[in-house]
Unconditional design. Structure first.
Length: 131
């Protein structure tokens, strides 16, 4: 299965209720930075949906970022639930986002439950790791 291709008028896969062109699309293109840790989490989820490993690596903190990232095109992400956030606001330097993401693969359906840590420097939010 190929990754999902999106146009700016498509509904954003992060389920924010916005169109991709005003939600995660500008972040993926590098036209905007995520203002909060949750927005970065949502944009990273959408990058998994679209197979955008370049964005995933760029939004990963350099201290914990892998050298490469191989995404499985047979995994289809279809739903993101944000369960909780701590910090991660526009004036914070750290944030935590708990989420559950649901997928389908040739082996069946599944989900990933994670508590992700984020850090913001003077320029932007970055994914650090999962706790």
């Amino acid at each position: 299965m190929p990754f999902t291709e999106l146009t700016d008028t498509d509904r954003c896969p992060c389920l924010s209720g916005e169109r991709y062109g005003v939600c995660c699309g500008p972040l993926h293109r590098g036209d905007a930075q995520a203002p909060t840790a949750e927005r970065l989490m949502r944009s990273r989820y959408s990058a998994f949906v679209t197979g955008d490993s370049r964005y995933l690596l760029a939004s990963w903190h350099p201290r914990t970022r892998p050298t490469t990232l191989d995404l499985d095109p047979d995994v289809r992400w279809y739903r993101l639930d944000i369960l909780a956030t701590t910090g991660g606001g526009p004036l914070d330097t750290e944030g935590v986002v708990e989420f559950r993401a649901f997928y389908r693969s040739p082996d069946g359906r599944g989900d990933q439950h994670e508590v992700s840590r984020f850090s913001r420097d003077a320029r932007s939010w970055r994914y650090v790791d999962a706790v």
